[in-house]
Design a protein. Structure first.
Length: 211
């Protein structure tokens, strides 16, 4: 609640003065907030036009949707690209305005399942890895999962102890940290053309948000 006294400004706004510029880790899992079901080609095109307006044609040209299968894949990819573009843009703007060290990531390892369906790297799926409790659930975790758990824990412990788990977000370097199956610096969005299209949409006043 922005009351003008206790909370005078929106603390999430990238350009506001921060009371304490402590280092920050922020990121997403690869399959956060995915569509509830696969979209058809017609539904995908309609959804993109409804949301992105004058920028829809450019985005539709960048996300294939000639078939329902292509559209379903593009719908999921566009959601991921939007939240990662938003994360990078916010972190870069915040860093530029305040000097705060922000470490952004994308966690990409899907949780294993005994039988379909799989929800991939869904919201909170990293928690058992982070807290080392893979042996307490019913999922068929294996040696590969244990390695990823050790990897994830090492980054968080490094951040807690020294504040530098990996390279921080920099306005002149368009990358975040990939954690999971592919480890290392990676672009926040699936292609540079798609990144530019989403940034131009935001520059024109469009909102990059999960919903």
């Amino acid at each position: 609640m922005l009351d003008g006294v206790v909370l005078p400004v929106d603390p999430i706004a990238p350009g506001v003065t921060v009371a304490s510029a402590v280092p920050l880790v922020t990121g997403f899992n690869a399959d956060e907030f995915m569509p509830a079901r696969d979209q058809t080609a017609a539904e995908f095109q309609q959804a993109v036009r409804a949301r992105y307006g004058d920028h829809a044609d450019r985005l539709l040209a960048l996300y294939p949707h000639a078939t329902d299968a292509e559209a379903a894949q593009s719908a999921r990819l566009l959601v991921r690209d939007v939240y990662m573009a938003s994360t990078y843009r916010w972190a870069a703007d915040r860093t530029r305005a305040t000097g705060q060290a922000i470490y952004a990531y994308l966690f990409t390892h899907p949780s294993p399942v005994s039988k379909p369906p799989s929800f991939g790297t869904f919201h909170t799926s990293e928690i058992p890895y982070l807290f080392g409790v893979l042996d307490r659930g019913r999922r068929p975790y294996g040696d590969a999962d244990e390695k990823i758990a050790a990897q994830l824990q090492s980054y968080w412990l490094k951040f807690i102890r020294g504040g530098e788990p990996w390279s921080r977000v920099r306005p002149d370097t368009i990358e975040v940290m990939g954690i999971g199956d592919a480890v290392g610096p990676r672009p926040p969005v699936s292609s540079s053309e798609r990144f530019r299209a989403l940034m131009e949409y935001a520059d024109a006043g469009g909102r990059l948000s999960i919903r």
